[in-house]
Structures are given as structure tokens and as C-alpha cells.
Design a protein around this ligand. Structure first.
Ligand code: NAD
Length: 465
């Protein structure tokens, strides 16, 4: 057994399956709502001393925590690969563990300086960012380590205590990460409550939390926003996406094929800001379908811990059912299944073939709903104007992309796409200094960089003269 999984497993805990095989990989503690109070008490005791440390000392501890992660990077990648399903290889589990270290190091060195707003004869006004106190971090199952670190690295750096509620589907890798970080952090500053939706609901409606960082579905985000009204809790809501990409006429398809494919199929499609509907001009439609289908069929799928694989299973049966339903619906509507289109039970219980759906149209469930799996519907367009309208017609607005070889034209289209991030000739790339977040139904608030630090702080003004 993986030593990290062994370390966080508890006797009598809930069995957690290997996403690919279904074999039990460990036993997660099942905390209940009542356990929350003891964690809050511990956090409240620990937070003032943590906030009182100079920011540079908190930074030094975050650097030290990143170094601890580096020491067990292989075991952590193995744990997340087994629990979540993503391959070790490619943009997979090793990249996820690398991002954990990167986000810790970058946040360790970031500091939000007071901003002088007015400095004249009558007024000297400064904007200062103070810790909110206690931050709740609730996360999903698709990138459990990376999303947890997005939430906790800035929150800790700003002097907050944090209680993390991992997804009930992937608690073990998050428990392992927190136990590694706690080898260097002061007691009580970072804690985990491992439980289901009821625990998440209790945490996000508890008045002790000054800020909730939530990443997950739009439906849950709306429930958290409703709960926040009682306590006026600050929120960052990173919600579901249904990112559109537009390939402009005359684009060199071969040059962009790899980036197009992985923009959609990263983490076997289980990525919030993945390409989930691709609009291609009619002049290149068949060429793009054919190229993507060949790439999809040639990309090895299987267990994540097998080094030869680049695509893995759906993490859970619920998500597998969503993907299978959407593909069956597309088939029933007469859409073209260019490649894939079926479960792959010979690989394991939740594997679904990498699938390209041709002749899809706006209004098809496979286009309008977030598939969150290894499926890409490709939609034909005639004018760029109509493609922009299609891209912008949904409520989801996390990311979008435009593909083409004329920089002026791609930028002009990018400016008209409604999404928190618009990429040009790539999709889904992130950077710890570049703010990231959704608009419209994909939520509000930004993570990463200075914006991310400010989002886990309260702004206050001091005025004199
Ligand atoms: P989910 O909303 O079902 O669950 C997310 C977390 O919320 C889990 O920890 C769950 O236990 C908890 N939860 C459930 N009900 C709750 C409630 N009423 N109150 C408080 N917490 C509650 O989401 P999921 O299925 O785990 O994740 C997939 C979704 O997350 C997709 O829609 C994906 O696009 C989105 N996502 C968004 C981003 C982003 O950065 N915008 C990143 C990753 C995933």
C-alpha cells in the first residue's frame, strides 16, 4: 500500500476505491457535523499567533512545506493517480504535485503592500489588507491537490487559519497533503474535516468562517451563496464551466492539433476550464474532425499508474453515467460519433472511450451541458459572428479560446468572448501569478497572484491628516 495512503487511513473509516480498478486503497475518516466545532475552536486558538508572525516567517514556513512535498512527490503523485484516476504521465498526477509545490513557493514570496490612495494636504488614506480569521476551503474531486493548494496557500500566507473539506470522492490525497504540510506548520493552523455534503453545508453556513473558498458545481455554489446571506460570509466561487473554443477560418490545424486535443482531454476531460465545445468554420470542419478523431483514437487510455497511459477513467460512477447519457443522447439525435462513443469495460468499470462527436448543434445536451469527461462535440459555423454568439450564449463562462494565425484577428475575437479567461491558441493554461476565476454562472472572485491574496483578506482603510 502507498505509505501516504496508509498514513491517513483510519480503522473503521469509509473504504475509498482506486478509480480505475475499484479496489480499496484506504479508509477515510468519516467526520460528522458535530466534529466541526472542535476544529473551529482549535483554529481560533491558533490563528492570532499565526497572523502575528511577520509575513516573511509565514512565507518561510510555506517554502519549507513545499520542500516536504518535494520529498514525497512520487508517493503523493501515486496516491492522487490511484484515488482520482489521472495518469502519472502527461498533464497528470506529477504535474498536479508540481503545481502544489509551485503555488506554495510563489505565495510564500508574495506580499500585499498597503496601498496609498490619497496623499494631499487634507488626507492621507491607506488601504490595508488584514486576515479574515478563519477560511473554509471546500473542493471537488477532479484536481484535489491542486485546487486545495490554490485555496490554502494564499489563505495561510495572509495569516488565516484554514479548515479544508475535501470532496468525499477524493479525501485521502488531500488528507495526505495536509499531513505533509502540517509537518512544518504550527498546530491548528491547517485542519481537515473529511465528510460528505452535510459537512460541507454545515461548514459553509457556519458563522465562524469569514471567508469560504469554494470550487465545485454551479448548483452547490448557489446553495453556498444562499447560505452566506445569513452571516454575510465572503465567498470565492469557482464553479462549473462549459468552455467554447473557436477555430477561425484558415488556421493551420496541424500546428495546433496537440494543444486543441489536450485543451479538451486534459485529465480525461474532468477539468473545469477544459474545452467542452469546439466551433469550427465549415471550410475546415471535416479536416478538424478527422485530425481530432485520429488523435483521440491513438492516445493510450488505462490505469493512471501505468506509465504508458495518457488518459484514465472517469473518477466515479456518477460522472460516468452523465457522460454515457450525453453520448447516447447525441447518437439518438443522429449526431456523428466520429470515434469512440462507448464505455470501455475491458479497461475498468468507469472508463469511457475518447469520443469526438460531429454534426453537433447548439441546443444538443452534449453541447449545452458540461460533459466533464472524454468527449468533445464539434459544431460547424459559417460566420465568425455566429460562432461568437454561440460561444457566448450559455450561462457558464469560466474559460474560452480562439484559434488562428492572425494575431490581430484572434485578439479581436478574444475581446468579444464572455469568460473569466480567454486563451489564444491554447486552452486551460494557468500560472500562479495570473488571476483565474469565472464570470456569469461560473462564479465570482479571483484566485492566484495578488488578487488571490486579497481575496482571503479584509480590506480596511486608515485615514489621517
Ligand atoms: P460538487 O459541487 O458536487 O462538490 C464540491 C464540494 O462541495 C464537495 O466537497 C462536496 O462535498 C461539497 N458540497 C456538496 N454539497 C454541498 C453543500 N450544499 N454545501 C456545501 N458544500 C457542499 O462538485 P464536484 O462534482 O465535486 O466537482 C465538479 C464540478 O466542479 C464541475 O462542475 C467543475 O466544473 C467544477 N470545478 C470548477 C473549478 C473552477 O476552478 N471553476 C475547478 C474544478 C472543478
Amino acid at each position: 500500500m502507498n505509505p501516504l495512503l496508509q498514513r491517513v487511513s483510519v480503522d473503521g473509516g469509509r473504504p475509498i476505491p482506486d478509480a480505475a480498478t475499484g479496489e480499496t486503497i484506504g479508509y477515510a475518516p468519516e467526520h460528522v457535523v458535530n466534529d466541526l466545532e472542535a476544529l473551529i475552536t482549535r483554529a481560533r486558538i491558533a490563528q492570532p499567533a499565526w497572523a502575528a508572525l511577520p509575513a516573511s516567517e509565514r512565507g518561510a514556513l510555506l517554502h519549507a512545506a513545499a520542500e516536504r512535498v518535494a520529498l514525497v512527490a512520487d508517493e503523493l503523485a501515486d496516491a492522487v493517480s490511484r484515488e482520482q484516476g489521472k495518469p502519472l504521465n502527461g498533464i497528470g498526477a506529477r504535474v498536479e504535485v508540481g503545481a502544489v509545490q509551485g503555488w506554495l513557493h510563489v505565495n510564500a514570496d508574495l506580499e500585499v503592500a498597503p496601498e496609498v490612495l490619497v496623499d494631499d494636504a487634507e488626507n492621507y488614506s491607506e488601504l490595508i489588507y488584514k486576515p479574515v480569521g478563519l477560511v473554509g476551503a471546500v473542493g471537488p474531486w477532479n484536481w484535489p491537490l491542486m485546487i486545495t493548494i490554490w485555496q490554502i496557500a494564499p489563505a495561510l500566507k495572509m495569516g488565516n487559519a484554514v479548515i479544508v473539506k475535501p470532496s468525499e470522492y477524493t479525501p485521502l490525497s488531500v488528507l495526505a497533503l495536509v499531513s505533509i504540510l502540517n509537518e512544518v506548520l504550527p498546530e491548528g493552523v491547517l485542519q481537515v474535516i473529511s465528510g460528505g455534503r452535510a459537512v460541507g453545508a454545515a461548514l459553509t453556513s457556519h458563522p465562524a468562517f469569514g471567508k469560504i473558498m469554494f470550487t465545485g458545481s454551479t448548483a452547490t455554489g448557489k446553495a453556498i451563496a444562499a447560505a452566506s446571506a445569513q452571516n454575510l460570509t465572503r465567498l470565492t466561487l469557482e464553479l462549473g464551466g462549459n468552455d467554447a473554443g473557436i477555430v477561425l477560418p484558415g488556421t493551420d490545424i496541424d500546428a495546433h492539433l496537440d494543444a486543441l486535443f489536450w485543451g479538451a482531454f486534459i485529465n480525461t476531460g474532468q477539468t473545469c476550464a477544459a474545452l467542452k465545445r469546439l466551433y469550427v468554420h465549415e471550410s475546415q470542419y471535416e479536416q478538424v474532425l478527422d485530425a481530432l478523431a485520429r488523435k483521440a483514437a491513438a492516445t493510450p487510455m488505462g490505469r493512471g499508474v501505468d506509465e504508458s497511459n495518457e488518459l484514465g477513467p472517469l473518477q466515479n460512477a456518477m460522472q460516468f453515467d452523465i457522460v454515457a447519457r450525453l453520448v447516447d443522447d447525441a447518437r439518438a439525435r443522429g449526431r456523428r460519433i466520429v470515434t469512440g462513443g462507448s464505455p470501455a469495460p475491458h479497461l475498468g468499470r468507469t472508463f469511457f472511450e475518447a469520443t469526438i462527436v460531429g454534426d453537433a448543434v447548439d441546443g444538443d445536451p452534449i453541447v449545452d451541458e458540461e460533459q466533464f469527461g472524454p468527449v468533445l462535440p464539434v459544431i460547424r459555423y459559417d460566420t465568425v459572428e455566429s460562432a461568437i454568439a454561440s460561444a457566448n450564449r450559455l450561462d457558464a463562462a469560466l474559460g474560452a479560446s480562439v484559434w488562428g494565425d492572425d494575431p490581430a484577428q484572434t485578439r479581436e475575437v478574444a475581446l468579444r468572448l464572455e469568460a473569466g479567461t480567454v486563451w489564444i491558441n491554447k486552452h486551460g493554461g494557468i500560472h500562479p501569478m495570473v488571476p483565474f476565476g469565472g464570470i456569469k454562472g461560473s462564479g465570482y472572485g479571483m484566485e492566484f497572484g495578488f488578487e488571490g491574496l486579497k481575496s482571503v483578506a479584509v480590506p480596511v482603510v486608515i485615514t489621517s491628516r
